[in-house]
Write a protein that binds this ligand. Structure first.
Ligand code: HDE
Length: 748
């Protein structure tokens, strides 16, 4: 078809330049040349390379580079080429024997294009398949210098990082807001070698020994026969496993708590789980637990929000991360360490530091802040970066070492092993996102996907041919030295230490540390998940586990399931709660939060504009919701009544009571049956925001909507006064994340 006139005119000046690249009609075959330029835009100079494309190339002893110049990167030039750089005239038609004839085998471009496409997918991660990543910068405070000689923790040192957040159970295309543990893996590109802190948002794990990892994951993944449910723990095999392996009860309760449904990656803590061993310049060691503390606090969705989002916006967490970074509301965390003495027993306050199902309460060992992480750049290409990034617990710089935690020991083997398959061969450390920023001078050679052009003839040492290179580094040259921990004389044995048998005390500690409303959510989660199980024996077995944790919890869940309350089989542990575990009771900045503002095109738009600017100025995101898209006066509309849903807002403002669209069904007052004068989707917004305990504010005609929906005068509902007064009050309410008083609960 002929290009539209506007497009033709726009590309006209480019014709001359492009004409050189075109061949004329094949003699005797009229119309064999493509029509004069039918491209919608004109050729332009190559884009400047993106920052990460300038990341260090793989270096070798002699400094040989990987080869291709940066300008060879895809989609950087004006003309389409084959993978070999030959310019293409046509990529839309196969080479055929005549216009109606069969396709010729010689059509190399067709074969190259389709073959490459056929191989575009790689295996997804066996766990943590669904993820989102971002680049950032870590700046050290210097407060860890006494306990570790790691250079990146020295005062003021800045280290580039890449972080990948993930769910554990679901496939790559599963929803973000499912109830699950979240991964929080950070790659520090330090100048002493890469450090990967492969963490989760839950500080304990399901199992104590890596040999059981395939078992717990088989149990959590969809059933092998029907491959359902996707990304859920609410099914028989999961609960069969955790009720039979009572060491899993601690992690399971964290997953059933609000931690299992985070509001945002930006509002999650991260935990290294295992104890690590730090070593300082003097060779002294300490055991530490790593923590990430989010600037915005730890906050969660409600279960109903999480479920709604699974349908309305399955990419909710991914979108939230990218939107925040692109809006300049850079997510921030502080890295913290709990420093614990490295004694021969490897225990602290009676807690076995090698047991990954145990925490050390912050009240017993405070988290000392050692640096700040800011995520400030979204990936350029999801596959190249987020999908191909490969973390490994064994990527440790000098000054940080592993411990004998049997879970950690298994992880030290597993990550590189799975990546050999996932990234097809042993050279994935040469993929740009995985390239260390420290000089690499290894003697690893050849293999699939070898990108380096290694010079030299002697990849062995000692040698006398390559000038003796490479030499071994000593301590003074920042070598990694394994801490010479004494291994006790003990028989080889497949057994755990006796302290690993305590499966309930810290679960009770967690439960008792929760506020009443958090407890109610936990009861609701157990009741929902066990209610989805079909096997009676599994529900009863899990109730017996709950009986060993707390009688109130057990009785509440049993009541919901309609089952008798079992007797505990172990005495209830005598524990001291840890207030630090609760998400409530503090105030946090509301940076990057989203406020929905319902506007009436016929109403007072000046106050809307004023509020919108004030929301921006407070580093939050205002989204205007109107009956139709496009512009309302000078204001751009971001959501219409058709596209807005309460779950994407942290608070709601009503600047008017817009009339229903002429074709909308009337909404009726439940008591009087009278038709509502506002669009029916506005009461839905208000009711959901009320139910999810979000701050609601209204001024002018907007207050009529509050009256109509019956929420006027309720907790956390601000009405009347000027638009700016309402905004100020709503912002104050947002500091506690939700209006918790709306959830009266009998639990305490
Ligand atoms: Fe992992 N884990 N894991 N894990 N893990 C993987 O490595 C494994 C564990 C964690 O965004 C895999 O490259 C074993 C604890 C994160 O790319 C695999 C055991 C913690 C990620 C693997 C554990 C984690 C993974 C799958 C028990 C928190 C995603 C793909 C012994 C401290 C990293 C891959 C990313 C990924 C093994 C337990 C965190 C199979 C054997 C505990 C955040 O190697």
């Amino acid at each position: 078809s002929k290009p539209a006139k506007a497009v033709r005119d726009a590309v006209e000046p480019a014709k001359e330049k492009v004409a050189d690249a075109l061949t004329p009609d094949v003699p005797g075959v009229p119309g064999s040349a493509p029509p004069p330029v039918d491209e919608p835009t004109r050729p332009r100079d190559p884009l400047p390379p993106k920052a990460e494309q300038g990341s260090p190339e793989t270096r070798t002893a002699t400094g040989a580079k990987t080869g291709a110049p940066a300008a060879a990167d895809a989609q950087q030039g004006a003309f389409l080429t084959t993978s070999q750089g030959a310019r293409l005239r046509d990529t839309d038609h196969s080479l055929k024997a005549g216009p109606r004839g069969p396709v010729l085998l010689q059509d190399h471009h067709l074969r190259e294009k389709i073959t490459h496409f056929d191989h575009e997918r790689i295996p997804e991660r066996v766990v943590h398949a669904r993820g989102a990543g971002a680049h950032g910068l870590f700046t050290a405070y210097g407060t860890a210098e006494g306990v570790t000689r790691a250079g990146f923790l020295k005062k003021g040192r800045e280290t580039p990082v890449f972080v990948r957040f993930s769910t554990v159970v679901g496939s790559r295309g599963s929803a973000d807001t499912v109830r699950d543990t979240r991964g929080f893996a950070t790659k520090f590109y330090t100048d002493e070698g890469t450090f990967d802190l492969v963490a989760n948002n839950i500080p304990v794990f399901f199992i104590q020994d890596a040999i059981k990892f395939p078992d717990v994951i088989h149990a959590a993944k969809p059933h092998p026969d029907r491959e359902i449910p996707q990304a859920q723990t609410a099914h028989d095999t999961f609960w069969d496993f955790v009720s039979l392996h009572t060491e899993a009860q601690h992690h399971t309760m964290w997953t059933m708590s609000d931690r299992g449904i985070p509001r945002s990656f930006r509002m999650m803590e991260g935990f290294g789980v295992h104890s690590f061993r730090l070593v300082n310049e003097a060779g002294e060691t300490a055991l530490v637990k790593f923590h990430w503390k989010p600037k915005l606090g730890v906050h969660s969705l409600t279960w109903e929000e999480a479920q709604l989002l699974g349908g309305i916006d399955p990419d909710f967490h991914r979108r939230d991360l990218y939107d925040a970074i692109e809006a300049g509301a850079y997510p921030e965390w502080e890295l913290g360490i709990q420093v614990l003495p490295d004694t021969p027993e490897e225990t602290f306050a009676g807690i076995d530091l090698l047991d990954p199902t145990k925490i050390v309460p912050e009240e017993l060992a405070p988290v000392q802040r050692v640096g700040r992480l800011v995520l400030n750049r979204t990936p350029t290409n999801f596959f190249a970066e987020t999908e191909q990034v490969a973390f490994h617990v064994g990527h440790l710089p000098p000054g940080i070492d592993a411990t004998n935690d049997p879970l950690m020991q298994g992880r030290l083997f597993s990550y590189i092993d799975t990546q050999l398959t996932r990234l097809a061969g042993p050279n994935f450390s040469q993929i740009p996102i995985n390239r260390p920023h420290a000089d690499v001078n290894d003697m690893l050679r050849d293999g699939f996907h070898q990108n380096a052009v290694h010079a030299g003839v002697a990849p062995y040492r000692p040698n006398s041919l390559d000038g003796g290179n490479p030499f071994r580094a000593g301590d003074a040259k920042h070598a990694f030295v394994d801490v010479p921990v004494t291994v006790s004389e003990a028989p080889k044995i497949r057994a755990n230490p006796a302290s690993f048998d305590d499966h309930y005390s810290q679960v009770r500690l967690f439960w008792l540390s929760m506020s009443p409303v958090e407890k109610e959510h936990i009861v609701g989660a157990y009741t929902f998940e066990l209610g989805k199980c079909h096997h009676q024996a599994i529900k009863e077995r899990q109730l017996r586990c709950l009986a060993n944790i707390d009688p109130v919890l057990c009785a509440q869940v049993a009541a919901g399931l309609g089952l008798p309350v079992p007797e505990p089989t172990e005495p209830l542990a005598d524990v001291t709660p840890s207030p630090a575990l609760s998400q409530l009771g503090r105030e946090w900045p509301a940076d990057g939060r989203t406020i929905g503002i319902v506007i009436d095109p016929e109403g007072d738009l000046d106050s809307v504009d004023q509020v919108r600017r004030a929301v921006f100025a407070a580093d939050m995101v205002p989204l205007l919701i109107a009956p139709h898209g496009g512009m309302v006066g000078d204001l751009a509309v971001q959501r219409t009544f058709a596209t807005a849903r309460s779950v994407e807002f942290d608070a709601l403002l009503l600047a008017g009571a817009p009339a229903p669209a002429p074709d909308a069904l009337p909404v009726r007052d439940a008591k009087t049956g009278a038709a509502s004068p506002v669009d029916p989707r506005i009461p839905l917004l208000v009711e959901e925001c009320w139910r999810h305990a979000k701050a609601i504010g209204a001024w002018g005609a907007g207050t009529d909507v509050l009256e109509q929906t019956g929420v006027a005068g309720g907790e956390g509902v601000v009405a009347g006064g000027s638009a700016m007064d309402v905004l100020t009050a709503v912002r104050q309410l947002m500091a506690t994340h939700r209006v918790w008083q709306r959830f009266p609960t009998p639990l305490s």
